[in-house]
Ligand binder design. Sequence first.
Ligand code: FA5
Length: 349
Amino acid sequence: MSEEIKELREKFSETVQNVSDTQTLEEIRIEYLGKKGSVTGLLKSMKNLSNEERKSFGQQVNVLKNEITEAIAKKAEQIKQKELEREISSVPEFDVSAPPVLDRGSYHPITLVQRECERVFRSMGFTVEDYSEIVTDYECFESLNIPKHHPARDMQDTYYLTNGQLLKSQTSAAQNAIYKKYRKALVEEGRPIKAIFPGRCFRNEATDACHENTFFQMEGVMVDKNISISNLIFFMKTMLSEVFRKDIKVRLRPGFFPFVEPGFELDISCLICGGEGCPSCKHSGWLELCPCGMIHPEVLKAGGIDPEEYTGFAFGLGMTRLAMMKYGVKDIRDLNSGNLKSLSQFTAE
Ligand code: FA5
């Protein structure tokens, strides 16, 4: 009987050695460890043995079973790592001097990053919302607990239309409408509000390597009973690890926004300079990427949601900066330049 174990062990290690994809590995797992698998077969065959033999044979089969389980887990990890390396190496490097590829259409890097973010959040049950670029003062500021003459308005000077409307300075401007759209489903059917809304934002500010007057953000909100900071941190971590597919150094520090309490600034270590300091990160080594926090009770109230019963988190991801970091674009202004020589490097698959 031990001969059978030896043969099975040898056969398994030969087979598993050459496996390079998850599906074949799963087939092998079933072949050996499944209900009708070879190892299970050995265990079943023990019923014909004497008590003494059964004990020693059982132990040996269990050792083999553990060896196979471990080897399969190790192989699965190796395959995953290889797939990840393949994916990372297929991300195009940004080279400002590369010749243009004008015979093929291409997606803008921000579109690519936006689609990636949408994919990640959709898979976690978030809806993707579209929102106007022209909004009212109420949507952009008042409903967000920023009354007229509040100093927080100074940080977001934007472009005003003659009719008093404005080009939205932040995707948070859509929050109020989203709460109103989904509050009935929340209160009457107990369905949590889980929504993201990517969009273009405008600010009247001097441009530099990491500031544009027109840029993209992606807002996200989740409202339900008992939502806490842990939920916020979980979603932030998942989003970053899915988008970058590698370990990113992140720091969370207190941040003030009138529409969240408490509020945080989520920064990532600058991937252009590796944290050393460069113009892309204003020489700090860190890049402000995704401010976030627990939605202020006044903001929930303005959206028709009772803050005594419901809580939620909100975040405002700087999508243009995310695209810079993901594709190694040193100057944010390249992304709005319309320069085909640079942008056509991101040709769609
Ligand atoms: C806001 O706009 C808040 N609405 C974010 C928020 C949402 C906070 C929900 C809390 C809860 P801030 O002004 O810091 O915050 O901008 C958010 C992100 O947008 C920044 O971290 C940055 O990544 C990006 N951003 C801001 N200004 C610019 C700019 N001029 N150019 C490029 N990206 C910018």
